[in-house]
Design a binder for this molecule. Structure first.
Ligand code: NCD
Ligand code: ZN
Ligand code: ZN
Length: 361
């Protein structure tokens, strides 16, 4: 048995729930799922109620994560439809970045007005990431702002060949961008929808076989910087309702799905380590503390069984798939926090990596 050691895995795109959505999942349950998935740290999105768009909501989230989290973490501040740029200076020191929702999805943070987007870009301090939900023709609109301001922008969950085309050109132009792709857009297509029903509903939606091929090519050739789960748990009742909620859990399935790609010869081990650790660390300016790493057995294959997952709603769109890569150990600051079976870290041992105690620069 040869174990691969990965230094400080980071998922820069999760929706942990908790607070007013604790019926779906909690910071305790989902940070435990993160450790079981091999992660050192997760960066939490701002669309969960109460949305992280003002100082009281941010303070509430930081306090709850501080009490409950078993892995390290950061949180995004959210840009809001009602201009909240006046808050930016006060909050930017304690968050990992700013999230702008430029197309409709879960929550109420949609910003469609280009003039407001311009004010947001102007107001957010340089040096902290701007992450965008931008689909299709919205991407060139955002690239205009990147070109004008030079502010680093992370394009979340890129899902089509068209989007890859825009971003390939932007990379060639030298714009300061980074690109994330999710496992569900790599492994599922719209052809899976009849089988998955609401469990295959997410934003961006599942796409065509041709789109999936463009994504894999961009993962293999280095255009894609990060594999991000977009972990977004909803209850089974919410996913089987007439109008299913958008989003799927992914923290515990990302690494073994990439292990499958290594097994199939689509990805090198070195590239896997870049996608789940080195690149997200670089983009967000993180340095794993000494004694922070994950040991995974990429040769160990298993079938994804929802009952074995820690994420609270206990389902997966990948149920039944044979994957490769069992997490054996997760270490944070020299402490074994997951031993392959049990989470050993106590609630509140996770740290905010952005600002305050334990800041990682
Ligand atoms: C996310 C959620 O439920 O919070 N849903 C999703 O389908 N990805 C929101 C989002 O990232 O767009
Ligand atoms: Zn999104
Ligand atoms: Zn998301």
């Amino acid at each position: 048995m040869t174990l691969l050691t990965i230094p400080g895995m980071v998922d820069p795109h999760v929706h942990l729930r908790g607070l007013d959505w604790s019926h779906k999942a909690t910071f305790a349950s989902e940070t435990a799922a993160a450790l079981a998935g091999g992660y050192w740290a997760v960066l939490d999105m701002p669309n969960t109620p109460p949305p992280t768009i003002d100082r009281p909501a941010l303070a509430r989230k930081l306090a709850a994560l501080g009490e409950e989290a078993v892995c390290d973490w950061g949180v995004y501040f959210g840009a809001s439809q009602a201009d909240n740029t006046a808050e930016f200076a006060a909050v930017s020191g304690t968050v990992c970045g700013l999230k702008i929702y430029n197309n409709a999805t879960t929550g109420t943070l949609l910003v469609e007005d280009q003039a407001l987007r311009e004010r947001i870009y102007a107001a957010w301090p340089a040096g902290r990431v701007i992450a965008v939900h931008a689909e299709g023709e919205t991407i060139p609109r955002i690239l205009e702002l990147v070109r004008r301001t030079g502010k680093h922008t992370h394009f979340c969950h890129v899902s089509t060949a068209e989007e890859i085309g825009y971003l390939r050109a932007a990379r060639a132009e030298g714009l300061p961008i980074s690109i994330g792709v999710t496992p569900h857009h790599l492994y599922l297509t719209e052809d899976d929808l009849p089988r998955l029903g609401g469990f295959g509903w997410m934003k961006p939606e599942l796409k065509t076989r041709m789109d999936v091929e463009a994504l894999w090519a961009a993962v293999a050739d280095g255009l894609v910087d990060v594999i991000e789960s977009d972990h977004a748990p909803h209850t089974v009742a919410e996913k089987t309702a007439p109008q299913p909620a958008f989003g799927v859990p992914g923290l515990e399935t990302t690494l073994p799905l990439l292990g499958l790609a290594v097994h199939e010869g689509r990805l090198s081990e070195a590239r896997l380590v870049e996608l789940v650790a080195l690149n997200p660390q670089r983009i967000f300016g993180l340095h794993p503390p000494e004694g922070t790493y994950t040991r995974v057995d990429l040769a160990d294959s298993f079938v994804i069984i929802p009952a074995n997952l820690r994420t609270a709603p206990g389902w997966s769109p990948f149920a039944g798939m044979r994957v490769y890569g069992r997490v054996r150990e997760v270490w944070i600051r020299g402490r074994l926090v997951f031993d392959g079976t049990q989470v050993l870290a106590e609630p509140g041992s996770g740290r905010n990596l952005f600002g305050g105690e334990g800041a990682a620069g």
